[in-house]
Design a protein around this ligand. Sequence first.
Ligand code: ADP
Ligand code: MG
Length: 263
Amino acid sequence: MSQTTLSDVVPLRVETLTKIFRQGNTAVEALRNVSLTIHHGEFVAVMGASGSGKSTLLHVLAGLTRPNAGRVIVDGQDLATMSDYQLTCFRRRHIGLVFQAFNLIPTLTALDNVLLPILADGRLSSAHRENVLHGLLTRLGLEERSRHLPDALSGGEQQRIAIARSIVGDPSIILADEPTGSLDSVTGQSICRLLRELCNEQRRTIVVVTHEPAVAVWAERIIVLKDGQVLSEFRTSECPDAHLLAAHYQDIVTAASTNEVPA
Ligand code: ADP
Ligand code: MG
């Protein structure tokens, strides 16, 4: 009989997801009937225009937002079965989050920012601290910067610290919302390369939300959202550079608008 290993468990699966935001009398359907599966060690980019539901999808995957309907299964577990407290603990161990604005705590050093999830989980020992400093931060080229406050670091260094923080608890999944959105293009590419390495070397599953073809091209698969729905998906092997990818993406979006029935 074959044994089930962790790598057999699909890290992310959502089924018929709907998320509605209500404000007064208006309701915005941010996600409509979204179903998708992301496999172990896959690097997926979610693209779409502003307001298409990309961040909402990421927040639902992370259990930061609960959907109105549908299921979210992370590392084999249905998030709907968890209380908010259980969800917080689960998230710390399974999901690393990276944001456009880095979201570092300004009064903590770079090292303490990285250690925060372990501290919050009550797992921090001095050996752990040394391991993070000489292991993870050295790996990311940040050992020399460990005692600086975020303000004293460049944008690229701050995002590397945020990525270090996202993986310090050894999650299998990294979810990144426009991780290069506040960086110049060269620094942005170095962040993409780092995410790619974390996928290749450590078999982490990565989902990056972006509207930039130069970022999406680092992924294996692109999921295109429009008005809260999955419009299309394709593999980057079909268009292996950013210009080809941009053209293909534009074709998909244009075809969808051409086919729309005018209201
Ligand atoms: P994207 O990240 O693709 O720009 P979002 O997921 O942020 O899109 O938003 C999708 C839609 O949901 C937008 O119309 C947005 O205004 C709406 N929305 C997102 N978050 C909220 C919220 N907390 N309250 C009300 N509406 C929201
Ligand atoms: Mg967004």
